[in-house]
Design a protein around this ligand. Sequence first.
Ligand code: BES
Ligand code: ZN
Length: 564
Amino acid sequence: MEVMDVHSWSQPERIRVRHLELNLDVRFDRKILEGSVTLRFDATTEPELVLDTRDLEIHSVENAAGFELGARDAILGAPLRIQLAQGCSWVRVRYSTSPDASGLQWLDPAQTAGKRYPFLYTQSQAIHARSWIPLQDTPGVRVTFQGRVRAPAGLHAVMAAERAGEHFRMQRPVPSYLIALAAGALEFKPLGERCGVFAEAELIDTAAREFADTEAMVRAVEGMYGPYRWGRYDLLVLPPSFPFGGMENPCLTFATPTILAGDKSLVSLVAHELAHSWSGNLVTNATWSDFWLNEGFTVYLERRILEKVYGQDREEMEAVLGRRELDREMAGLPEPDRVLHLELTGRDPDDGCTLVPYEKGALLLRTIEREVGRDRFDAFLRSYFDHFAFQSITTADFLDYLRRELPVTTALDEWIYRPGVPLDAAEPRSDAFQRIEAAAARWQQGQAIDTSGWSTQLWLHFLRTLDTPDQARLDREFHLTDATNSEILHQWLLMAVRSGYEPAFPRMEEFLKTVGRRKFLKPLYTELMKTPAGKERARRIYQSARAGYHPIAQTTIDALVGGA
Ligand code: BES
Ligand code: ZN
């Protein structure tokens, strides 16, 4: 059955591209990628191949009877219509990108750890691959690819694929949103047999220590859900402007440096991106409306990894934190955004990226697990990954398979198509957090409490339990304005904006000017915009911070604060 993806101009039911050959020069001098892509498909009698593009300059198309770039749609970009001769099975497009490409960030040396070399990275999910490669930019189409990337001397280019010098190869079919490239002054350090980390020299040892458990994580998932099918699993630490926590590019997860806490307390992100090697990269959402199949399954797997590697307490804390954040965010969302299967026609798929697909999705799987028991659910998941391996599937495909293989009484349609969390949801609980709630109550009554040895998760729960406390007293006792853990600091700054706690504002300004992670920016700017003085502060900070943010973060914050 053909699946319609409203976020692509391409018509894969007519021609399906199967293989790409990329040949690109990284031009830091002009902030462009320049080169060609060869697209291969089964010999066809179709008169026209339609590709997605956004802000590309098309220089020529080889092996074609002609081409035409259509009108640019604000969300979708412009279709590139290529006229084909009878029996055609390939075309080669010569092109260059725009310095403002939505899927690229070009960093000045000042924005890197080393301050000496520029940096480039791509972020293709959801529909930004089209801003740096003309292709069928839909997760319903999978391609193998080869790449050759030339970067200036002294810089190291990497693609999320098998690597050999400046040559890259992906032999397993992947959706376009997983094609990725980075270039910078990168070093590599092995973490184990299959795992390693790329980072700038300044961060490489810290990163290797933080991610020392990666190989154990890979083995943990393999024990539950079958072999890791992508060869190597490496991580790439990006500069702090990276707009996400992590991105599950195959063979090479891209990660924010804000998870380098020094105590492995934020490595749930590694567990998450690694889990995508099964949920997402192996079994892929066919359209962005099915995004919860990627993220909900991945959060469920992430927590199972945490439980295996760090124990049940840690898993329970993360699950409760996630559950609380879901409620908090959902309260501010319109009803259509509280469902799992999203209606995104006419919308940018980046808009659907709330905690709902993540946490409500994971909660549904947890609820099914509670009903059928962990052993049966694990067996089901393992067979699901095998059955749909290297395929792109819809919510309906999942439901058909589940109803056939594992009939349940859980109200699936209600979970997936109706807003909110159903009353039968499996509720995570944490004993450790109950002790924190008691400590918070004592502290509120003016008593001293012993916080020595508290983990990041305990601190987060403590602060969120207090809500609007006496921040000056907290600062005197616990020095939270000096926190170096990005999650704790972010929580602290959020509270400072809410209560107008001035002593934390210089730290907030510095944070907003160096970190571009959208999950941190959005709540802080949103909170600032609630008062006239905050608005003024937000505008002033954003005016100087904006240029350092990724185009995706700029779009988000423009909508909150107002554009450039
Ligand atoms: N694939 C997502 C990132 C993403 C989603 C990019 C949608 C573009 C559009 C990635 O796996 C992810 O979920 N990252 C999270 C971290 C995670 C631990 C919840 C993030 O970046 O915050
Ligand atoms: Zn994810």
